[in-house]
Design a protein around this ligand. Sequence first.
Ligand code: NAD
Length: 536
Amino acid sequence: MQHTTEGTGGAQGTPPGEPVPEVAGRLTAHSTARLSAALAEEFAEGAQHIGGAARPGTGDADFTVVDPATGRPVWTYRTAGPADVDAAVAAAGAALPGWAATPPAERAAALHRLARLLQERAGDFARAETLQCGKPIRLSAGFDVPGTIDNTDFFAGAARHLEGRAAAEYSPDHTSYVRREPVGVVGSVAPWNYPLQMAGWKILPAVAAGNTVVLKPSELTPLTALMLARAADEAGLPAGVVNVVTGTGPVAGEHLVGHPGVAMTSFTGSTAVGRRVAALAAGTAKRVHLELGGKAPFVVFDDADLEAAVHGAVAGCLINAGQDCTAATRAYVQRPLYDAFTAAVADLMAGVRLGDPFDPATDLGPLISAAHRDRVAAVVRRARSYATVVTGGGAPGGALAAGAYYRPTLLAGAPQDSEAVQQEIFGPVLAVLPFDTDDQGLALADDTPYGLAASAWTRDVYRAGRAAREITAGCVWINDHIPIVSEMPHGGAKSSGYGKDMSLYALEEYTQVKHVMYDNTAVARKDWHRTVFADR
Ligand code: NAD
């Protein structure tokens, strides 16, 4: 099954103007106010999911989830304090021996049941995701939720397919084999851009491999992670296998990462916080898995299909309002196509419809928050001193002014070493730069601190092969940009981190390999003892 980046499903999504796919669910509120009320009722017992039960946090502050499309509050919850994290880690620790000893077929059956529950509640998940993130309903219903269902089914199957080297007599006197065992309690921290999918990417491979999990979603977007944890319990994963603590990074996040009861930290988020997480985890020598920021290049060679490249660049940049770690952010276009590409991208961007994310006709929703919109706007404002804003470059007014909207923006002429080309903006902003030779284009593509994803656009198989080899990235697309599949790994290089999500590689990351070596001789005084006892 094909996905967009970060675990989404469905082949190409719903073409503009067509109805959003039919989505089932219980939270059928007709307005965001009623949907907010329904969600508040659903989680009235509290925002912490620990040991199979909901309870309120004991942190010293409340946090309010805000609908970024309107700026209106959705739900206020009491955040997790250190005591809640301790309780969640204890619950995960208590559940670990039983879950680790559960046969893979039973773990798989529970995960398949979870996938069916998610299917039944697809509409609930899509609406809650759109409400808390502002992402268009066509994205949450057409990609985010089906992608998570597919991931759940994939890891259910994967639970039964752990592999290792053949057992053999690598020394004539011994038989060796390897065991793949769960790492233990996994403490995961996730971002706000794809809250359900990121929760899935963190929880599913870990529990498929027999670990138990404490997940801290972003404080901005806790709802669908809580819904997923609840569904996991209902599907028959034992209480304590999946725990969710909702709170801030500095309080709940840091306590979880530094916790001595946590064997592994799996983090997805910004590079700056990732560095802090790695340093904190070092205090207890934990295994660390980091999925960090990106600044994906989009390289268009002079033999490319121009129409495909133009559409690919606009869709690849604007998916999730550009708040996608693999989004196309830097288009390098070989000189003969540069002017035509720039004009066509500007034209297509200018026609994109901003609007109510619950309206199936909306192409682009708001950014996650007004504060983030202001950060994006500040980068573009500074860019005006060194680049040309070809289209966009501002927030819309009128009915959308209360939301965190920002217009699709194309920057031309920004130098390679400028902020707009080097730093992750995480908004609907594309920089376009020309290049002359293939050597130059590939060198520019590789010239940022990041290495998460990239694409090359050409009809020449040798150019494509060269781009795939020479660009440093966790993924290189040829003549496309964004789709992913559950079977293939996602993860970065350089400052984009290390470790893989999705695929059997992710399953392996959540295991530790143990070598078991049997003596075959039954001899008390073994030959190798000569190295210790000089008289033999
Ligand atoms: P962020 O780094 O600000 O926050 C991510 C998570 O870390 C949140 O849950 C936050 O509460 C928590 N956190 C913050 N400070 C912490 C601390 N000191 N200790 C522990 N936890 C802490 O990132 P964000 O703004 O939520 O998400 C956007 C970023 O995520 C972008 O940089 C994007 O590229 C990246 N991202 C990467 C991938 C990937 O697969 N590589 C996927 C999605 C998003």
